[in-house]
Design a protein around this ligand. Structure first.
Ligand SMILES: NC(=O)C1=CN([C@@H]2O[C@H](COP(=O)(O)OP(=O)(O)OC[C@H]3O[C@@H](n4cnc5c(N)ncnc54)[C@H](O)[C@@H]3O)[C@@H](O)[C@H]2O)[C@H](O)CC1
Ligand SMILES: [K+]
Length: 215
């Protein structure tokens, strides 16, 4: 059984890697996006019409970077953005700038989400801090109502990564690419149900500054 960590540990390891070791957050974000992208290709999803549903935190930034990687491969991808882009994190603002350079279409039509063949859930990761409501809840309900495949980034949105509890409403994903280590909440019955197959991505963030030897 591989190591599983808490939200606080994930945030501490991220901050240590960025602030003490000096690996820029954008490098970690790019590695997170590449890992998600590679799992998408390896897991053989129908990429005929891909929609990335993103909010404006770094989970959203991961998703917008995945959209760019798909676009460069000539895959039909659009972004359904939740929240106010002016309030986006610094990294996500940067990813939005890059996405605009590659002329990735942004849609505001929930129907585009419903008609996708594969949906990337980049709404909330370990930063989820309260009940999901409003447009966020409507998007998650639309995601769960489709027969599209759903791939979650880091944590299926709406799930508390410590307890596995559903905060109002949560994405039911076919698979989840979670960063660095599994999360203890994804080992619970409800967490497992929402996460689907969990892929753990090595993005250069380690508990003891190195990759523990694979036993
Ligand atoms: N930190 C790093 O170097 C890396 C992080 N990765 C990814 O980043 C997310 C964590 O990002 P963060 O910005 O802390 O939060 P989220 O994107 O998970 O949450 C978004 C944002 O939304 C607000 N919020 C919280 N709960 C709600 C709610 N119920 N309704 C509306 N809005 C809500 C809150 O302001 C949050 O900040 C992590 O999961 C990874 O995906 C990289 O993968 C690696 C490097
Ligand atoms: K997510």
């Amino acid at each position: 059984m591989s190591k599983a960590i808490t939200i606080a540990q994930a945030q501490r390891y991220d901050a240590h890697t960025i602030n003490d070791i000096g690996i820029p957050s954008m490098v970690l974000m790019e590695r997170a996006a590449l890992a998600t992208f590679n799992n998408l290709l390896n897991d053989d999803y129908d990429l005929t019409r891909v929609v990335v549903v993103a909010a404006t935190g770094n989970n959203g930034g991961d998703g917008i970077a995945v959209a760019r990687l798909l676009k460069i491969r000539g895959i039909n991808v659009s972004i359904y953005l939740l929240g106010n882009p002016d309030k986006a994190s610094e990294q996500t603002q940067q990813q939005l700038k890059i996405a605009r350079y590659y002329q990735i279409p942004f849609t505001t039509e929930l129907n585009d989400v419903i008609n996708a063949t594969t949906i990337i859930d980049a709404i909330f990761g370990v930063g989820l801090s309260r009940e999901v409501t409003g447009d966020f809840a409507a998007a998650i309900n639309a995601i769960n109502a489709t027969d599209a495949s759903t791939v979650a980034i880091d944590v299926p949105s709406g799930i508390n990564a410590d307890t596995g509890a559903t905060l109002g409403v949560a994405v039911v994903a076919d698979s989840t690419t979670t960063m660095a280590y599994n999360k203890i909440g994804l080992l619970t019955v409800n967490g497992k149900h929402h996460a689907g197959t969990v892929h753990i991505a090595d993005i250069g963030v380690y508990a003891q500054d190195h990759v523990e030897s694979i036993k």
